[in-house]
Write a protein that binds this ligand. Structure first.
Ligand code: FMN
Length: 428
């Protein structure tokens, strides 16, 4: 048993990393490539009802880059355009070839056609899938056909689909939800009521990736037009973490996390939050299956560093600490910022941010010596009374650990007139 071995829904996986239902799992051959590369589990690209023709538009994928690195991706791709019969054959071959890998089927049907759902789930059982994921989350194209995200925006439909799937499935059911709802807890609870064994969050987030300001067309342009698509990639991780926390808190069910895992530490964040399985799509689409090496090595190194022997020990229940604002207010101390003058470069970034974002609690001052100079240099200086411990300066400072917060033990809350002393019209 390897160090990263972990259980999910009764199945033992070599590691918690899973190829999400998406282009990298668009064929049985690709899933085999993923297993050979070292992925612990894989979810086939979603298959729909046989009679539903799936025709994709071109182009259908665009990325958003910052400093030449992809931060997010928009897609308007539909579910698999391959025949169900081909998929069933491939899944059977995969089953035989990879008895120790977790193979998960993925299905979708219209929200009001329970027979279609039942048929697809039965087929996934028949060909030996270890679990079936119900895709109730695709936000584009499919909702216009009463499928995808529209199914997890109504708790009654969620319940009907999940209970139908459960009634015909011998293997565990994962319900994949859309984040594009006001309250995802309601949907997770409906899935639980229907008997879901686990929740997968998130499918992609509704969005439009950008506009080309010179052609004045959408960045993802089909002859100048676009559709609201699904945003994925590292930028959606905060939404994913929120949904994992909320679904775990609402149901206590095992969670398969997907959304923005681009390096091993993103996965660890999800495990600490309360997830058990880590699905990746966009990062594989950009950099290939071999990223599994970095993911597993990084995770192993982290475990050594932290003294963790098993993935169980890496997992946490941080979702319990996602609480109300009122509760936080009772925890809040009188934080102030401390500046390490030795490492401060006097770059002025924190001073500008603090002034124009509100509090005017920082200025530059001149000190002599330090940072390998005998001469004078600028460093940031705190205007103590103005500081409300908001953390903006810490967040924008380019030098690690240069600015830190500490509890000043002053009475809390601060006197407001004091904290805006620099940014007021009164008396000026
Ligand atoms: C091009 C593309 C196609 C996708 N197709 C499917 C699909 O067929 N079924 C599904 O459940 N999710 C689909 N997804 C969503 C992914 O499985 C995943 O949930 C989402 O992209 C978030 O993870 P990521 O940030 O690692 O990409 C697709 C995503 C992309 C980018």
């Amino acid at each position: 048993m390897g160090k990263l071995t972990t259980q999910f829904l009764g199945f033992e996986m070599d590691n918690p990393f899973c190829v999400a239902s998406a282009p990298p799992a668009a064929t049985g051959k690709l899933m085999a490539d993923a297993f050979d590369a070292g992925w612990g589990s894989a979810i086939m690209k979603t298959v729909g009802p046989v009679e539903e023709p799936i025709i994709n538009v071109a182009p259908r994928i665009q990325t958003f880059k910052k400093w030449n690195r992809e931060i997010a991706m928009q897609n308007i791709e539909l579910i698999t355009d391959r025949k169900l019969s081909v998929w069933l054959e491939e899944l059977q071959i995969l089953r035989k070839r990879y008895p120790k890998k977790m193979i998960i089927g993925s299905v979708m049907a219209p929200g009001h056609e329970m027979d279609a759902w039942a048929k697809l789930v039965k087929e996934m059982n028949r060909v030996g899938c270890d679990a079936v994921e119900l895709n109730l989350g695709c936000p584009h194209g499919m909702p216009e056909r009463d499928m995808g995200a529209i199914c997890s925006q109504d708790p009654e439909i969620v319940y009907n689909i999940v209970s139908t799937a459960k009634s015909v499935s011998k293997v565990p059911i994962l319900t994949k939800l859309t984040p594009n709802v006001t309250n995802i807890k309601v949907m997770a609870k409906a899935a639980q009521k229907g008997g879901s064994d686990a929740i997968t969050v998130i499918n992609t987030v509704n969005g439009i990736i950008g506009v080309d300001i010179y052609s004045r067309k959408p960045h993802l342009s089909v002859k100048g037009y676009t559709a609201v698509g699904g945003i994925s990639g590292n930028a959606v991780k905060p939404i994913g973490l929120k949904c994992v926390a909320e679904c775990k808190e609402a149901t206590g069910l095992p969670i398969s996390a997907t959304g923005g895992i681009s390096q091993w530490s993103d996965g660890v964040e999800y495990l600490i939050m309360g997830a058990s399985q880590l699905q990746v799509c966009t990062e594989i689409m950009i950099r290939g299956f071999k990223i599994i090496d970095g993911l597993t090595k990084g995770l192993e190194k982290y475990m050594d560093q932290m003294g963790f022997k098993t993935i169980e020990q890496v997992k946490g229940d941080l979702y319990k600490n996602i609480t109300s604002f009122d509760f936080l207010l009772k925890q809040s101390g009188s934080e102030k910022v401390k500046i390490n003058e030795e490492t401060c470069t006097g770059c002025n970034i924190c001073v500008v941010a603090c002034k124009d974002a509100g509090y005017d609690a920082l200025k530059l001052k001149v000190v002599k010596g330090g940072r390998k100079t005998q001469g004078e240099r600028n460093v940031a200086d705190l205007i103590y009374d103005n500081c409300t411990g908001c953390n903006l300066c810490v967040a924008v400072c380019p030098v690690p650990e240069c600015m830190t917060l500490y509890d000043s033990k002053e009475p809390f809350p601060y006197e407001l007139h004091k904290s805006y002393a620099g940014n007021t019209l009164v008396g000026k």
